[in-house]
Structure formats: C-alpha cells, structure tokens
Design a protein around this ligand. Structure first.
Ligand code: UD1
Ligand code: UDP
Length: 382
C-alpha cells in the first residue's frame, strides 16, 4: 500500500520488560509500508536492555544511554524528559508509542504532551488502585493514560479500568498483551536455533532430579523488610533436599544488598546474573514453581503451565489469580514457605494451578495494534 506521505511513528522504551513487550510491535510496524518507524531507547536499563535488543535484532535509531548506577527517580526523570524532549524537537514524529508503567513511559509521554504530539499507550489500563503499590508504577501508568489518545488494553478488565477513569470507549482497544507475542516469537527462534538457549543448561544439569524453583525480585516497595523476608523464606525452602532455587538477581544494587548476604554459599541456591530472554524462557519451562514480584513473569508463566506465587501485597494483574495460574502471597516469610510447600507437596493443588490457559493474550497483539494505528492515521482506507 503506497501513501504520499508516511506518518512517522517513534517507538520509545528503556527497560528490559518494555523492550521484550515492544519488540513484536517494532517488527510489525517496520513490516508495514504505510509507516516510517523509528526506535528511540532511553536506556534507562543498559545491560538488560541490550540483551533484548540483541536477541530481537533491533538496532535503535537513537540511543539516549541514560542509565547511571544507583539512579534516583528524580534524576532519571529529569534526564529522560530533557533528552527525549530534544529528540522530539528534531524528529517531529506524528505519533509516539510508549509501553506500560516505567519512568520512561511517563516522562516520554509528558514530553509529548508539552508538544501536543499524540501518544499511543501499549499495555494500558492495569490498576492496583494504590499509588504506592506498585510504586512508582501505578502513578506512571495513570499519568500516561491521561496523556495518551490511543489505549491498547491487554484485557477486558484493563478496558473497564480505563472507562472508569472516563477514557473514551472509542480510544480503547483490547488487543491482548504483546508479551505473549514475544514469548511465541522467542520459542520459534529457539526451535530454529537451539543454541540460543543453552547457556542455562549446565545449571539445569547440576540440579537434575530436583524440583526447580525460579525466583525473581526487584519491586521498590519490597526494598528493605520485604526483600529480607523473601530471602529468609528462600533459606527455609532450600532446607528441602528435593528443591533447587535459581535466582537471576536484578542488577538494582538494593536487590543484591538484601539477597547476597543471606543466600550466597547455600548449595541448592544459585544466585546468577540476569539471563537473556531465550535462556530465561528455557529456565521457566524447566521450572516447577515460580516465586516472583515481577509483572511480566506473572503474564508469561501461564504459557509454561507453571504456578506462580506473587511476592507482593497487591497486584494489578488479577486476571492471573482469577484464571487460577497465580496466587497473591505477599512477602511474609511464613506465608511464602507455607504456600510453596503446599504446592510442592500436593499434586492436586499443583495440577489445579498448572493446567490453566494464559488469560493475557493469544500472540496477535502486535498485529492488532498496527492495524488500529493504520485505521487511526488513514481513516476510511480499510
Ligand atoms: C525499572 C522500572 C520498573 C520495572 C523494572 C523492570 C522505574 C521507576 N522502574 O526498575 O518499573 O519494573 O525496571 O526491571 O521505571 N541496573 C543495571 N543494569 C541494568 C539495569 C539496571 O546496572 O541493565 C541498575 C543500575 O544501577 C540502575 C538501577 O539498576 O541505576 C535501577 O534501575 P531503574 O531502571 O532505575 O530501576 P529498576 O529497579 O530497574
Ligand atoms: N526476564 C529475563 N531475564 C531474567 C529475568 C526476567 O529475560 O533474568 C524477563 C521476563 O521473562 C519478563 C521480564 O524480563 O519478560 C520481566 O522483567 P522485570 O521482572 O525486570 O520487570 P517487570 O515485568 O516487573 O516490570
């Protein structure tokens, strides 16, 4: 399809989860001849972002390289808005796409608002109802929603949350979550090139015969007491001979500070560097149980039929709980150990959680998003 002038779309992201969930959108947009697609990364994350860029074969048009070690929310916010504002003044896009709930999403949206450039929000409408949990993500999402004129909601629940905030129905589109697209594409890549996911194999071999418990933790509201309590629960769980814990440690210094002193040196606990996405997917596939405070992992785990214990007091992804694939346990040491033991010891409890379908999408979200963009930018052409 040829058009005299192609709308310029800037796709902007900065962290690992945004890159994972936006790469299918970038691929689908780049494949559409009606748009000029440019990718701008804030690099709010550096190493973990690069892992995803490399595996998804995306070379950013502009890399702002903003991460600093131990960055504060204030300083990062100001770097993003200033740097991305300057990009907008040069690029003058017709639209910007952001993702989810990070400072990148919120500050990029604000910079667009200051220039009256429309924003499309991918993974819109997740709400916990509490601006301090997840913190600061709940507020990042709400601010982004006020600014955006297109809201790509992963589920009907997310759509309802946006309607309740008086977002117009005609601007909300339920597409499913692009994380399912990302996971399916990654599985296809691993089948085509099994070498992509072999880095984790020696560790899985070392723990052969044990029940693998995969763990991740990084939420700011869990820093301090919450993380320490999680670490103590893992020490207790590791007293079981039949269990091995694999814990890729998030590089935020607050996480290793809480985890390393309590968990290092325990034979059946492996504290490892963040895995690239194919190896992480392989690890989830090999796992019997997942303990996490991550948002994205709650959405991916049902695709592996692996039960999830959510180490948070609240979640904006209740669909997983309703579908029976996840349980909200919190961070209390006793509650975590009891919930994990219950699942590891009861086949019926385990099977009830492991056999449910993924409520977050069917792998078609990115194509739907691009089709909706086409209809918005070329009204009446379909
Ligand atoms: C950020 C997002 C959070 C998201 C999470 C996903 C905000 C405020 N937080 O939290 O919503 O759930 O990413 O992981 O937007 N670091 C590295 N290398 C990396 C990434 C991080 O060394 O590749 C270290 C740096 O010291 C950095 C620190 O982690 O300063 C914190 O990074 P930041 O993006 O501010 O916060 P996250 O906790 O990663
Ligand atoms: N992930 C990964 N390697 C790891 C840990 C996580 O590739 O070592 C992926 C995971 O599959 C999910 C995403 O990173 O897609 C989740 O990122 P994170 O937990 O950092 O952020 P959140 O989803 O909580 O915002």
């Amino acid at each position: 399809m040829q058009h005299a002038s192609r709308p310029k779309i800037l796709v902007c992201f900065g962290t690992r989860p945004e890159a994972i969930k936006m790469f299918p959108v970038v691929h689908a947009l780049k494949a559409h001849p009606a748009f000029e697609t440019r990718v701008v990364v804030t690099a709010q994350h550096r190493g973990m972002l690069d892992q995803v860029l490399q595996m998804s074969e995306i070379v950013p048009d502009i890399d702002l390289d903003l991460m600093q070690d131990g960055q504060s929310l204030d300083a990062l916010s100001s770097r993003i808005i200033t740097s991305f504002g300057a990009v907008l003044d040069v690029e003058r896009p017709d639209r910007v796409l952001v993702h989810g709930d990070t400072l990148t999403a919120m500050m990029v949206s604000l910079a667009c608002y200051f220039r009256k450039i429309p924003v499309g929000h991918v993974e819109a409408g997740l709400r916990s109802g509490n601006i301090y949990a997840p913190w600061p993500e709940e507020l990042n999402r709400r601010v982004t929603a006020i600014i955006a004129d297109l809201h790509f909601a992963p589920t009907q629940r997310a759509r309802q949350a946006l309607l309740a905030e008086t977002i117009a129905d005609e601007n909300i589109f339920v597409t499913g979550n692009t994380v399912v697209d990302a996971l399916l594409e990654t599985k296809r890549r691993i089948i085509a090139d099994p070498g992509l996911a072999t880095a984790i194999e020696p560790l899985l071999k070392r723990f052969d015969g044990k029940r693998i418990v995969a763990v991740t933790a990084h939420r700011r509201e869990n820093f301090g007491e919450g993380l320490t309590s999680i670490a103590k629960a893992l020490v207790k769980l590791a007293e079981r001979d039949d269990v091995a814990i694999i814990f890729p440690v998030h590089p935020n210094p607050a996480v290793s500070k809480a985890m390393v002193p309590l968990l290092e040196g325990i034979a059946n606990i492996a504290l490892i560097e963040p895995l690239d996405y194919p190896n992480f997917a392989r690890m989830l596939d090999a796992s019997d149980l997942i303990l996490t405070d991550s948002g994205g992992i709650q959405e991916e785990a049902p695709s592996f039929q692996t039960p999830v214990l959510i180490m948070r007091e609240t979640t904006e992804r209740s669909e997983a709980i309703e579908a029976g694939t996840a349980r909200l346990v919190g961070t209390s040491e006793a509650a975590l150990v009891a919930a994990a033991n219950q699942l590891l010891d009861s086949t019926s409890e385990y099977e009830a959680m492991a056999s449910n379908a993924n409520p977050f999408g069917d792998g078609n979200a990115a194509h739907q998003i691009v089709q909706i963009l086409y209809e918005r930018h070329f009204p009446g052409s379909t």
